[in-house]
Design a protein around this ligand. Sequence first.
Ligand code: HEM
Length: 138
Amino acid sequence: MSSALLLDLYPQIRLAHIGFVTASGTLFTLRAIATMTGARWSASKAARRASWLIDTGLLAAALLLLYVLQLNPFVVPWLAAKIVLLLVYIGLGTMALRRARSTSARIAWSIAALACFGMIVSIARAHDPLGFLRPWLG
Ligand code: HEM
């Protein structure tokens, strides 16, 4: 299907992207809290599979948005910033849920991952690589 035909579906694809974003942030927060309190479900196959499915949907919707809007993420600074921070978020999330060995380390990595996630949302809302920091950093 051409990008012009898909343009009619832009509101639905954007909504799907935001829905996956909300689901991803919520599931990560619940898994992080569960990991800190020692609940085992966080590392279960079902939890990992749900995270994988949601994040794949999030990325698929993002790619569709890029296609529909005919945007090149390597040329548009706020989109490039989102990609870089998405990779950072994945790394911080892995530290929080899998690698960290002490509770304090898990808390620190989880807070860093959620701050990174919040920054991506702020960048998306502002269409600006500095997001909510723009007024302070000029
Ligand atoms: C954890 C990762 C991500 C989060 C939290 C996130 C969040 C969001 C949010 C909240 C919006 C709606 C912004 C608005 O109010 O219009 C949005 C839109 C969008 N996102 Fe993402 N996003 C993520 C990943 C990505 C990636 C990797 C890409 C591709 C480079 C991408 C591309 C887009 C595009 C093209 C839009 C539509 C902007 C528009 O309608 O003008 N997103 N994203």
